[in-house]
Ligand binder design. Structure first.
Ligand code: GDP
Ligand code: IMO
Ligand code: MG
Length: 436
């Protein structure tokens, strides 16, 4: 039997590549779906039979009641947001507590982490990151500085004391920043209201199956079960390799699966890297192929590019092969997945940045977001007029779409295994024979 039982699906750009949708589509092939990093900064959208669902902390396999879903140790959890998510799913007739387990080691996002997030962003002024303000940076900071609280602490008799102590510490910092938290709202609530809800939500979270997920997952591996690790954010937001400091606070690359779930590197098998057929970014920081004029607006409108977590308009631009090849390298991608191909229907010309040009006019293919000068050199591909509405298998693809896919495969030396042509679960073309 194969030793490699953990496959990975992650974003190769700046997030929102369509991870949620594709995880849902691939779930039937796996026994367990596990989130390994990030937290409620993620917004993973699933469209099933005309209903739209947005998940933030819960893995995107939750709509398959026979599949186990794992929130791993590398994830950070806001009990208030998790409880709301559970309630939403229950309203839809699901029983998420039946097929969800939560790591004891996952760290908690406290209400004050959210205030701190806002205080740090306010202090940065124009240089702000554009954080989702879910408390991600401050919660991961407490984790690495060894002051954080974990899910397991919720069961400690001294939890209230530990909570009050950390909260008081946070308020000392908030005061230092002269941040008027009384004027700030957290998800539309005052701090006190949010805190009251948060404390109540803890009781719900404690009713979940809270376990040592690293032992659980490795036991399942020994039993021959197949696991799909679901990434959040994207490679270019990785804390080490993203456009620092305009990044998130976790390792979003394949390596994050090992530390975020307790899985040995040799267990990692297939790595599905997902990209949009163009590129978007929400929040600040470099974006070499960003389009500022009408073309960018056209992509935004055609692709409905507004954030699933914050509703913010996403910045739009063309696919960037330098960035893509860098992401493939970091993640060891075995299969490319391209989403939102339908959005490009009707574009007479589709551009793809094949390289950057440096000051001396030389074409550069190496990519490093710490370089300052990005002058993309574009290839122009002929687009296709047809809508993809009636395309249900790869043979029906317009010729120019096939050419576009071939072009990307050639430039990345990686096969395109899945093409997504619409938001609904059913609008997915499986190209790889071994995924059919
Ligand atoms: P994630 O964070 O990677 O899961 O992606 P998001 O859910 O934040 O953003 C992707 C958006 O595109 C969602 O609104 C999806 O419903 C939608 N979507 C996913 N795949 C496709 C596709 O192939 N075509 C179109 N038009 N929309 C898609
Ligand atoms: P999914 O999983 C897109 C961006 C924010 C900001 C930066 C830091 O849905 O793809 P943070 O809240 O982590 O401190 O924000 O990262 N960001 C995302 N952008 N998709 C996401 O998640 C994101 N999560 C964070 O906009 O620029
Ligand atoms: Mg998203």
């Amino acid at each position: 039997m194969s030793e490699m039982q953990v496959d990975v699906l992650l974003g190769l750009q700046w997030g929102d590549e369509g991870k949620g949708k594709i995880v849902d589509v691939l779930s039937p092939k796996y026994d367990i779906i596990a989130r390994f990093q990030g937290g409620p900064n993620a917004g993973h959208t699933l469209e099933i039979d005309g209903d739209t669902h947005v998940l933030h902390i819960i893995p995107s396999g939750i709509f398959h009641p026979e599949k186990e879903n794992v929130i791993g140790n590398g994830v950070i959890v806001d009990p208030f947001i998790l409880k709301n998510e559970l309630d939403e799913l229950k309203k839809k007739g699901l029983n998420p507590e039946k097929n969800l387990v939560l790591s004891r080691k996952a760290h908690l996002i406290l209400p004050t982490h959210r205030i701190l997030d806002a205080a740090y962003e306010a202090a940065k002024g124009k240089a702000k990151i554009g954080s989702t303000l879910k408390g991600i940076g401050p919660a991961y900071t407490d984790k690495t500085s060894r002051g954080g609280l974990r899910i397991i602490d919720l069961f400690d008799e001294a939890f209230d004391q530990k909570y009050q102590q950390l909260k008081a510490e946070h308020f000392r910092i908030i005061k230092m920043y002269n941040f008027d938290y009384s004027a700030a709202t957290v998800d539309g609530l005052s701090f006190e209201q949010y805190e009251a809800q948060w404390l109540k939500a803890i009781e719900e979270v404690k009713k979940l199956r809270v376990i040592s997920t690293e032992n659980y997952l490795n036991k399942k591996i020994a039993e021959g079960k197949k696991i799909l690790a679901e990434g959040a954010q994207g490679t270019l937001l990785d804390i080490d390799f993203g456009s620092y400091p305009f990044v998130t606070s976790s390792n979003t690359v394949t390596a994050g699966v090992c530390s975020g779930l307790g899985i040995a590197p040799a267990r990692i098998g297939r790595v599905y890297g997902i990209v949009k057929s163009y590129c978007t970014r929400v929040g600040n920081g470099p974006f070499p192929t960003e389009l500022h004029g009408d073309e960018g607006d056209k992509l935004r409108e055609a692709g409905h590019e507004y954030g699933a977590t914050t509703g913010r308009p996403r910045r739009c631009g063309w696919l960037d092969l330098n960035a893509l090849n860098y992401a493939l390298m970091l993640n060891g991608v075995t299969d490319l997945i391209i989403t939102k191909a339908d959005v490009l229907s009707g574009f007479a010309t589709i551009k793809v940045a094949r390289s950057y040009r440096n000051e001396t006019g030389e074409e550069i293919k190496e990519f490093d977001l710490d370089d300052q000068e990005f002058v993309p050199v574009y290839d122009e591909l002929q687009g296709w007029e047809q809508s993809l509405e009636n395309v249900y298998n790869p043979e029906q693809m317009p010729q120019m779409l096939k050419a576009y896919i071939n072009y990307i495969e050639n430039k990345t030396a990686t096969p395109v295994s899945i093409l997504s042509v619409g938001a609904d679960r059913s609008r997915t073309l499986i190209i790889a024979e071994n995924l059919k």
